[in-house]
Design a protein around this ligand. Structure first.
Ligand SMILES: [Ca+2]
Length: 536
């Protein structure tokens, strides 16, 4: 990753996020504007000129990774970015080599006490408590190291003196310098928390303590972007019956606007019949092939509006359902098997009947160890009726997937997914004016919306994409996968099936806020492109 940064010869590389935010609601503070923003090439040149490259490469290589908290947010990549900023700040402050060494250790291990990615002011204390185990109790200056680690997750203005006293710190000025470097380096990487959210930035530059740090805001955007674009992203497949309802169209839009987070390997088209929203006349079990063709065309239409480079990744799926004796071949099923075998891990996002996934498992059972499935289907376990659309389309497919042992997350429809409602006035004000796609989604909603004033409509399929974007918006629990009776009812307690995860609650507003912002990003991307030269 460091090499990717060092290969940069052009200041404009990795500027997308910074430019987007400039063109968004511009939350940059006066402090950032008042401080000259360094260029990335100059920043890297500083490292080269002062022989810091070999030093930091060596430090990165020596990270004891077994202690690092495993997370996209507070894991190894965050630690490395904090090391880069700490080293720069310490060096420009002309700190002695033992202080630089101490800051490298603090940067590496300050989040080892994390137990989740949420706000948690106690994790600094837990990290400090792990220091002996990681570095050995004979580490020189271990008290100073523990002190700055504990203070990094709490308010320094309030607690610096208490912490200094707790760890018997005698040189208070040195303590202030060291914790200021660590806290600023950590804060600079707060950029990652709102990456690609055009309306917010995760960093408030007015919180930075050191003048040197305040000139690194632009660079922090670029360094983070380099990491995001070059790290391994989750591989995903979207399995959708997009022409059956309007919610798949919202979901595909949301996914295509979130691709900075994922590798989208394929969009597979799933069967459907008996849909009341489809434009296909007499949509029944005998003309599933017609639905597959219509869904394929709709997926291509949306892809062409948003990201035409994905149009070769759409594959037509099963033209029948297993419950009705279907056992044919399809491009989609072959592709699911091929992709699962190619990747270490693949996440299949299923917003339709489970036929394609079940067929892939039947044809190559080994994929259950290489893939996970997130499925919107069935109803809340406590709700009597389970005749939900995705479920009842192909109960045999549900039975196949539930009993396969594949890593499965279920988002039930009634009582869970059902919270994802929106209304015509909301869509009108949020997205109807955003290019062709905004108008298309709004028109589709109006075509299908209930007629009475005050009524809403659920955009079910957004749930699965939202779950992938940020699982923290979802509450869930692990349960034994239930059996499935002949009538489709769940059978609890007498099943030898494996465990599965069931979502129990969705933070509706967080999902819709993110969805709306990502659609509106299209406007900003266009404005940014138009004005890029002027801005630069
Ligand atoms: Ca669907």
């Amino acid at each position: 990753m460091l090499q990717k940064l060092l290969d940069i010869e052009d200041n404009n590389m990795y500027l997308d996020d910074y430019l987007l935010k400039k063109k968004g609601i511009s939350t940059f503070s006066d402090i950032e504007k008042a401080n000259h923003q360094f260029e990335l090439t100059d920043f890297l040149e500083y490292f080269k000129r002062n022989n810091l490259i070999k030093y930091i490469e060596n430090e990165i290589e020596n990270i004891k990774v077994e202690h690092i908290y495993k997370s996209h947010t507070h894991g190894i990549n965050h630690n490395i970015k904090v090391m880069i900023y700490s080293l720069y700040l310490a060096h420009t402050l002309r700190l002695p080599s033992n202080d630089i060494d101490l800051l490298m250790n603090a940067s590496k291990y300050h989040d080892t006490g994390r137990i989740n990615d949420k706000e948690d002011d106690k994790h600094g204390l837990r990290s400090a408590e792990k220091t002996n185990e990681i570095l050995g109790s004979s580490y020189t200056d271990i008290n100073m190291l523990k002190a700055i680690m504990e203070l990094h997750s709490i308010d320094d203005k309030k607690y610096a003196h208490n912490i200094a006293e707790k760890y018997n710190i005698t040189d208070f000025n040195r303590f202030v310098t060291l914790y200021s470097v660590l806290k600023d380096a950590d804060a600079l990487d707060r950029i990652r928390l709102k990456y690609y959210n055009a309306y917010e930035t995760g960093l408030d530059p007015s919180m930075l303590r050191l003048k040197q740090s305040r000139s690194l805001v632009k660079i922090a955007h670029q360094v983070n972007e380099c990491f995001v674009k070059n790290t391994e992203k989750p591989n995903i497949i979207l399995d959708t019956d997009i022409e059956n309802e309007i919610d798949d169209k919202f979901a595909l839009t949301y996914l295509l606007q979130s691709l900075h987070m994922f590798n989208l390997d394929a969009i597979t088209i799933a069967p459907f019949y008996g849909s009341k929203y489809s434009t296909i006349k007499d949509n029944n079990i005998d003309n599933i092939g017609e639905g597959i063709d219509a869904s394929y065309n709709t997926a291509i239409k949306i892809i062409n509006l948003l990201n035409p480079s994905y149009k070769d990744k759409v594959f037509k799926g099963s033209t029948g359902v297993i419950s009705n004796g279907y056992n044919g071949n399809s491009e989609a099923v072959e592709k699911i098997i091929e992709i699962c075998n190619k990747n270490n891990k693949t996440q299949i996002l299923c917003i339709s009947a489970l036929t394609n996934v079940a067929m892939a498992i039947k044809k190559d059972p080994s994929i259950v160890n290489k893939a996970s499935v997130v499925w919107l289907g069935g109803n809340d376990f406590m709700y009597d009726k389970n005749d939900e659309f995705n479920f009842r389309q192909d109960i045999s497919a549900v039975r196949e997937v539930f009993s396969s042992g594949i890593d499965l997350t279920l988002i039930p429809c009634v009582n869970v997914g059902s919270i994802l409602v929106t209304t015509e006035p909301e869509l009108k004000s949020e997205i109807s004016d955003v290019g062709e796609i905004g108008k298309y989604l709004y028109d589709e909603f109006c075509r299908c919306k209930p007629e009475e004033t005050g009524k809403s409509k659920t955009i079910w399929d957004l749930s699965v994409i939202g779950y992938l974007v940020n699982p923290e918006w979802f509450e869930m629990r692990n349960v034994d996968a239930p059996g499935i009776g002949e009538n489709g009812k769940y059978i609890f307690g007498n099943s030898s099936n494996s465990q599965m995860t069931v979502v129990t609650r969705i933070a509706r507003d967080k999902v819709f806020k993110d969805f709306f912002q990502k659609v509106r990003m299209l406007e900003l991307e266009k404005t940014t492109k138009d004005n890029e030269e002027k801005f630069l």
